[in-house]
Design a protein around this ligand. Structure first.
Ligand code: Q46
Ligand code: ZN
Length: 312
């Protein structure tokens, strides 16, 4: 197998592109895909301050790495969920990356610890309020990332969702015809109202396998195991199904997700009206000020329930 660009020995084959690359050319390919995503979706510019949500896993650390190497002004936020050994080790990976690559680019790592803020880790909190751990986690992470971006004046928040994540999410949304989620699924969501940060996913053109290869080839030390709470999740099932389709016909994931984005782009006026709908329906939470459709936002409601349960 020879590199498509320079004909030296290739280290990775990419069946969906009918190509193979050596290490330097693969790194360039990944950087080019991210640069293309940033440009075509108008994610951010050279002057913008970016906050990357890092988990200690390959995608988010690789995203931070790529943005810094492409010359962007990117800091990161790590949310410590308090999931025993997994959180301890994932935090160590994020901090070690910040101390080396981050420090070399004068980028800093912000940290939010759920236990310090809420008085309990994510699993105890979900038990207290009788909600699934991942839904509690989702609410907390969304809230804290947005809050940090607004509070520290970042122009945009970036997450490490890759093509596999987005295709699996699309499959789930289509299977259940979640129209509202389908309308809001995309690689670049504008800050539709005051108090909401712009959110982007610069890795949407790259697969999970490609991101793992990038991390390994570029010596990024990341936590390999998934969060223990992910076991048995629907997302993993959808990813598995899509991988089986991909093996049979390379390019399936890309055709599925990019095809969706192309169709969505054709109905952009409808997309623009989503912003108008947000502006009409959202107002500041009476407790914390973050935009919400209700009087009190779901995060504040959740925390109030947890506090009541703890006091019992
Ligand atoms: S981190 Fe949180 Fe995921 Fe772990 S508890 Fe569930 S949602 S699985 S992306
Ligand atoms: Zn609130």
């Amino acid at each position: 197998m020879r590199c498509k660009k320079c004909s030296t020995k290739a280290v990775i084959g990419l069946p969906r592109h009918n190509a193979a690359f050596c290490k330097p050319c693969f790194t360039t390919f990944v950087h080019d895909q991210v640069a293309r995503a940033i440009k075509s979706e108008q994610m951010f510019g050279r002057e913008d301050r970016i906050l990357v949500a890092v988990s200690g896993g390959k995608d988010s650390l690789a995203l931070w790495d790529i943005l810094l190497k492409l010359g962007y002004r990117a800091d990161a936020l790590y949310v410590n969920l308090g999931i025993g050994d997994y959180s301890r080790r994932s935090y160590e990976k994020a901090q070690a990356f910040a101390d080396t690559v981050g420090a070399a680019h004068e980028a800093r790592l912000l940290i939010h610890t759920v236990e310090e803020d809420a008085g309990a880790g994510i699993r105890e909190l979900s038990d207290l309020i009788h909600r699934p751990t991942c839904s509690t986690c989702g609410t907390i992470k969304r809230y804290q990332f947005n809050q940090a971006a607004i509070k520290h004046d970042y122009d945009v928040m970036a997450t490490g969702h890759n093509l596999d994540d987005e295709a699996a999410r699309l499959l789930g949304n289509v299977l259940h015809w979640q129209e509202e989620y389908l309308n809001k699924q995309g690689p670049s969501l504008p800050a539709s109202v005051e108090g909401f940060a712009k959110k982007v996913k610069p890795l949407y053109r790259l697969t999970e396998r490609e991101m793992a290869a990038y991390a390994v080839l570029n010596r990024i030390d990341y936590i390999v195991e998934e969060c223990p709470m992910a076991k048995g999740s629907k997302m993993l099932l959808y990813k598995d199904v899509l991988n089986r389709l991909e093996n049979e016909s390379p390019g399936t994931k890309q055709t599925f997700y990019w095809g969706f984005l192309e169709r969505q782009a054709k109905t952009r006026p409808a997309h623009a009206s989503m912003e108008a709908i947000d502006q009409a329906n959202l107002h500041p939470c009476t407790s914390c000020g973050q935009p919400t459709t209700a009087e009190v936002c779901s995060y504040c409601k959740m925390m109030a329930r947890a506090r009541t349960a703890m006091a019992r």
